[in-house]
Design a protein around this ligand. Structure first.
Ligand code: NAI
Ligand code: MG
Length: 326
């Protein structure tokens, strides 16, 4: 059966790193069918909308999507695309790699972030001049779903520690609900976990990341803590992510369109190639995923490296090196 993969490069370095990841996927010769869609700032300019309906449909109907990045239109592109694939979980692994300069070389974390509600539910208002409010939505169903996903992910991927981030000492009702839902799922499935206040957790992640494995988070906490972890392992050029739904998913580097280096041909393709590896694993191509990861790790350790990692190689030189090692 041929898998249909939607490919949406977007803006800036998305147009450099997505073709790089595509080169790697094509080299594996798995018989995938790639369909390209357009989205982002340039599309807004030329067509009046950042995410044309046909691109939304492309992602909704594909078996999986590989997305690069959008620029200023990021929220108008990525939020609907996550919805198109029905994503409820955002998975962000943050691992240090041998040979790459990192603050905490012992870091091996996976953030499992709730992807639909919390303070990102979009319910904000100005109730009077200079007085604004935001509604934080935490539901039992979404919290159970993310907890179940987190526990199963930890088990399937060999992580012993599951930590649940929260701030229920202050947000008693909403994070109280979150913790209750997690506890219900854990009890039913016989899972063990620790709870951690998210502010203290931020400090502990810096001081002793080796004490943590999978971290299950409400939406905003997951966004912030995973970027903090990115800093521990050497930067955004290395971090892949998955937006997982019931029967569809979208994979993207954590980074944005990087306008400061776009067009120079020096963007690090690793984050997007590692996102492609997550895509392969999601579709059940575990051996191919491991091959891609090994190739990336070898190139990170031995070079060539892009300037963000202290090297002077181009995106295409690094991509070629990865393809050679497949
Ligand atoms: P950014 O991630 O694009 O860049 C931050 C810094 O990291 C820059 O110095 C950049 O050169 C560097 N960097 C990022 N990825 C790299 C790579 N693969 N190789 C080498 N260096 C890399 O974040 P920034 O600057 O805050 O945002 C730029 C634009 O991207 C904005 O318009 C923003 O809206 C958009 N954005 C889009 C996202 C998405 O589409 N999911 C996510 C984050 C930002
Ligand atoms: Mg972010």
């Amino acid at each position: 059966m041929s898998e249909e993969i939607a490919v949406i490069p977007g803006d800036g370095i998305g147009r450099e790193v997505v073709p790089a990841a595509l080169e790697v996927l094509e080299a594996l010769d798995l018989g995938f069918e790639f369909r390209e869609g357009v989205a982002g700032d340039r599309v807004l300019e030329s067509r009046g909308e950042a995410l044309p309906e046909e691109t939304y449909d492309l992602a909704a109907e594909a078996d999986a999507t590989l997305f690069g990045a959008a620029g200023e239109t990021a929220a108008d592109v990525i939020l609907p695309l996550r919805e198109a694939v029905g994503s409820f979980a955002n998975v962000r692994p943050a691992r240090a790699y041998p040979g790459v300069d990192s603050v905490r070389p012992e870091t091996d974390l996976v953030f499992v972030r709730e992807n639909t509600e919390g303070v990102y539910a979009g319910i904000e208002s100005e109730i009077a001049d200079g007085v604004t409010t935001l509604t934080r939505v935490i539901t039992d169903s979404a919290s159970r779903k993310i907890a179940e996903f987190g526990f199963e992910y930890a088990e399937a991927n060999g992580y012993d520690d599951v930590t649940v981030a929260h701030k229920a000492n202050v947000m008693r009702t909403t994070d109280g609900q979150f913790l209750d839902s997690v506890a219900t799922v854990a009890e039913a499935g016989g899972y063990e976990y620790d709870e951690a206040l998210m502010d203290a957790l931020a400090m502990h992640l810096v001081l002793r990341p080796e004490s943590y494995g999978v971290i299950v988070c409400p939406n905003l906490a997951g966004d912030v803590l995973s970027d903090l972890a990115a800093g521990l392992v050497g930067g955004l050029g290395l971090l892949p992510s998955a937006n997982v739904g019931e029967d569809n998913a979208l994979f993207e580097p954590v980074h944005g369109s990087a306008p400061d280096i776009a067009g120079e041909g020096i963007a690090n393709p690793a984050a997007t190639v590692l996102s492609a590896a997550m895509l392969l694993e999601h579709l059940g191509y575990d051996a191919a995923a491991a091959t891609v990861r090994d190739a990336v790790e070898t190139v990170l350790a031995e070079g060539p490296r892009t300037p963000d990692l202290g090297g002077d190689a181009s995106t295409s030189a690094v991509t070629e090196a990865i393809v050679e090692r497949l």
